[in-house]
Design a protein around this ligand. Structure first.
Ligand code: GLY
Ligand code: MN
Ligand code: MN
Length: 436
């Protein structure tokens, strides 16, 4: 199926689901706006602009201030903001695969963008320009609307999967170039540039800031620096994605050279097997929390087998909080238009939330992995001083192998992350189709 047809089907489903939402809430229509760029404090420069993700769900047009109006039974209206401006170029509207799905109006005057949207009807608004929307007579924060818009984002349409596959393809090219740069002794900045060039991306295109950590810096989960003075790393942890039409991939790989301690190389190999085992363990509709618990069990086994945890069985290693110290984040999250996508805790369209898992109250995703969702699977093992030191000072100190931990500390840690499309029959690993 071509992109045009995929998009038309996507939009068709979106319109019928939204018509149902509006009928449930006794509303006549919905307005979504792309949003407006912000400013740095006391500066005439803008931070990179990212459009309203709900707008992107409907329309891949880049740029700011566009407005979309949906009234069930009428052709979708798109007001494209293209001010007369010789300082900046507005991306011209070229009827692409998506353009004929809308009645498009080019608007050069900001006032006119917001004119005649409500027209005496109950039209809801969701987006960042709430003041303008109120002035335009739109209903802002209509009760029950956001949970339904988020609910519609959970199951990805074939069009959305197509976008995620392309975002994966781009990021995979970046990851391969990054690994080459690492093995040639590149700095974090070299590796970053190698990724960006091969992924054909600018910073503002990325779904999230690249995490490119050599050696001990891999222990910072969201490490952001790009050091240029450190070369010839023994370990690289790279967590980097790319975007296509607003959909982002989220991929992590960890590499070690032969100069890394043998124990670390062995741990890395086994983490690869462990991560693949977790992906294979997914069954449609299983609870993400259960997969997270399974990950802790597998990580406990791994740490015991590698003699990092001593004189302990799996249950005790978890109960004493050892696996939490080595693996302190969630196993994964919903992925789509946001890297940590919406509705990870939502159980129905009205917004009922799943109860937090008392074992792991901070998990981002606590819902069933229902067919059609896309989720990351990203187990890790890290050597984080801040989390390990209290154990070293505490009563269970002798259950950890400190000589080995101190040898592995300069390696930082390991994370391996793939993006998984859950469907009725099982799972599709989108990442492994492009990156081993
Ligand atoms: N890259 C952020 C994450 O993996 O959640
Ligand atoms: Mn992730
Ligand atoms: Mn990631």
């Amino acid at each position: 199926m071509g992109l045009r047809e995929l998009f038309q089907n996507h939009l068709q489903t979106l319109q019928s689901e939204t018509a149902r939402t509006l009928a449930e809430l006794n509303l006549d229509g919905l307005v979504l706006s792309a949003g407006i760029p912000g400013w740095y404090f006391e500066d005439d420069q803008n931070p990179p602009f990212r459009s309203n993700h709900h707008f992107r769900h409907w329309c891949p047009m880049e740029g700011s201030q566009h407005i979309l109006l949906f009234i069930p039974g009428q052709k979708l209206q798109l007001r494209l903001y293209q001010p007369a401006d010789f300082w900046h170029e507005s991306k011209p509207f070229e009827p692409d695969f998506w353009g004929d799905s809308y009645s498009v109006q080019i608007v050069t005057d900001e006032e006119k963008l917001w004119a005649n949207l409500a027209d005496g009807k109950r039209v809801a608004y969701h987006g960042p320009e709430t003041e303008k929307a109120r002035k335009a007579g739109l209903e802002v924060e209509a009760e029950g609307l956001l949970s339904r818009l988020n609910w519609q984002r959970l199951v990805k349409s074939p069009y959305e999967i197509h976008c995620l596959v392309d975002a994966t393809r781009k990021a995979a090219a970046g990851h391969k170039a990054a690994e080459r740069s690492f093995r040639q002794g590149g700095s974090e900045l070299d590796i970053h540039f190698a990724f960006m060039q091969a992924a054909r991306s600018q910073e503002q295109d990325l779904p999230y800031e690249n995490i490119i950590a050599l050696n001990e810096k891999a222990a910072y989960l969201h490490y952001g620096a790009k050091r240029d003075e450190v070369h010839n790393g023994k370990v690289l942890l790279i967590d980097a994605g790319a975007s296509t039409r607003g959909y982002g991939s989220d991929i992590t790989r960890t590499y070690a050279t032969e100069d890394a301690p043998e124990e670390f190389q062995a741990l890395l190999t086994d983490m690869g097997t462990l991560q693949a085992g977790l992906v294979n363990a997914i069954t449609p509709n299983m609870m993400m929390g259960d997969l997270h618990v399974f990950a802790h069990q597998r990580i406990a086994e791994l740490l015991i087998r590698h003699k990092i945890i001593l004189d302990c069985d799996v249950a005790k290693a978890i109960d004493l909080g050892f696996t939490m110290a080595f693996f302190p984040h969630g196993l994964g999250h919903m992925l789509g238009l946001l890297v940590h996508d919406v509705a990870g805790k939502q159980l129905d369209r009205a917004g009922a939330a799943s109860a937090p898992d008392p074992r792991f109250p901070k998990l981002r995703t606590t819902r069933p992995l229902q067919p059609g969702t896309v989720v990351t699977v990203e187990p890790g093992v890290y050597f984080i001083k801040m989390l390990l030191e209290p154990i070293r000072q505490g009563p269970n100190c002798r259950n950890l192998n400190w000589a080995l931990i101190d040898r592995l500390m300069p390696c930082g840690g390991i994370r391996i992350e793939d993006n998984i499309h859950v469907h009725e029959q099982g799972v599709r690993n989108l990442t492994r189709e492009h990156l081993p």
